[in-house]
Design a protein around this ligand. Structure first.
Ligand code: NAG
Ligand code: NAG
Ligand code: NAG
Ligand code: NAG
Length: 385
């Protein structure tokens, strides 16, 4: 622990250099200029405007000198510090649809000591043009993954209690305070520093477009691992419709199909950096699945005490608590509870939609064809694992 603290400064510099080098390749000099002054532009004003040509073409000797320096520094720091273990692990939990169990998985992993959680960081930019701009989105995510997000992001997150309470224990403590005390408590939290000092940074997103992560996975200086959490779309959509959110099967399953296909490609290139976890498996075999996750993250399948404790309390106890975001459930029943709740019409519409059909089959799940069959729990949902 002490040695990892000591190398923290080195690590932060390494990441900064790496991110700059990456941004240079993607955005050219303008991008580097933006990155070099972290508070140059708030996200809400759209870094998108800065996106220049893709190729780092000749733009004067100054620029070239700078690029060479950046590249050289990146190389030097790479060879000097072999101990990759010092870099905090960034675990991105990505699910293709809401109501897919990603909150549960993040809560489970957040029991890893001293971890911090950045819950749905994409909400902050969802409504602005940056979200639609690949270069801007990449820069934004790189900032999040390297704990170098800007002031306006920090202000937003602190103000969004529903998300911020996942950050860490201190955040929950602050949010429980009132008025003046709460404001002071929050003000005293330096999120960038807390994030950078954490051994594990958990990031939960829905729909990050897996393809976009390619650059960051390629960057050996950002210690990023991606968990793609999948769930039967009938289960997610049955829940989504109850929330009154967009439950159009075509667009929702289109995203899912897209992510499932991209995942297969990304896995070919980065087999040790991406993992797919099925919500159904997590529910049916919480301990075994969590051990698989720990093998993937740490090459160590032994679960730390708090993680086992969470599993026992939240997934194996059979106690169900009220509340939308509650994760207290008898998980062996929960994963297919939708079969008894879904309407005949919704079932038929989803099973007829080609992108949903493809995704359901890809997951190795059964198509039921009728409500009677869906309701009959002696017919297995999972036919191929
Ligand atoms: C594996 O993880 C467990 C629980 O966190 C820990 O006690 C143990 O020392 C780890 N083993 C290795 C070889 O790192
Ligand atoms: C959870 O549900 C399963 C399946 O119905 C049942 O066999 C099990 O006893 C339940 N567990 C608890 C702790 O209630
Ligand atoms: C759950 O969500 C629904 C719809 O958003 C809301 O009306 C309800 O108050 C929420 N319930 C709880 C316990 O948070
Ligand atoms: C449920 O499916 C099983 C296996 O196909 C069948 O034997 C049984 O009759 C079905 N139950 C109902 C109520 O349809």
């Amino acid at each position: 622990m002490a040695s990892s603290r000591r190398t923290l400064g080195v690590w932060r510099r390494r990441v900064a250099v790496a991110v700059m080098a990456m941004v240079f390749m993607v955005l050219g000099y303008t991008g580097v200029a933006v990155m070099r002054s972290p508070y140059y532009l708030p996200y809400s004003e759209g870094v998108a405007g800065a996106a220049g040509g893709a190729a780092p073409a000749r733009r004067g000797s100054d620029t070239q000198g700078e690029a060479a320096l950046v590249a050289e520094e990146a190389r030097a720091t790479t060879s000097l510090h072999e101990d990759r273990h010092a870099a905090p692990l960034v675990v991105l939990v990505l699910s293709s649809m809401p109501r897919g169990g990603s909150t549960l998985l993040v809560e489970l992993l957040s029991t890893i000591q001293e971890s911090v959680v950045l819950f749905e960081p994409l909400w902050f930019i969802e409504k602005i043009k940056c979200f639609e701009d690949e270069a801007c989105l990449t820069t934004y995510l790189a900032d999040v993954f390297s704990c170098s997000f800007k002031e306006d992001f920090e202000t937003w997150l602190k103000g969004k209690g529903l998300f911020f309470h996942y950050f860490n224990e201190q955040a929950r403590h602050c949010l429980a305070e009132k008025n003046e005390a709460k404001a002071t408590c929050l003000k005293d939290m330096n999120l960038r520093a807390l994030c950078a000092a954490a051994p594990v940074v958990l990031v939960k997103v829905i729909r990050a477009r897996l393809a976009l992560l390619h650059n960051m996975l390629e960057d050996t200086l950002i210690n990023l691992k991606v968990i793609h959490l999948t769930r039967d779309p009938r289960g997610s959509l049955n829940s989504i419709v109850r929330f009154g959110w967009n439950s159009d099967p075509q667009s929702r399953c289109g995203d899912l199909e897209d992510d499932l296909k991209t995942f297969e490609k990304v896995r070919q290139v980065f087999p040790s950096r991406v993992m797919q976890v099925r919500y159904e498996q997590l529910c049916l075999a919480p301990e075994a699945t969590t051990r698989d996750i720990f093998s993937f993250l740490y090459a160590n399948a032994t679960l730390p005490g708090p993680v086992s404790g969470f599993l026992a309390q939240h997934m194996l106890s059979g106690v169900k608590k009220k509340g939308n975001m509650s994760t207290f459930k008898n998980s062996t029943q929960e994963f297919q509870a939708w079969r008894l709740k879904i309407s005949e019409n919704q079932l038929k519409v989803i099973e007829k939609e080609p992108t949903c059909q493809w995704s359901i089959k890809h997951m190795g799940h059964a198509l039921f064809g009728s409500l009677a069959a869906a309701n009959n729990l002696s017919l297995p949902l999972i036919i191929n694992t």
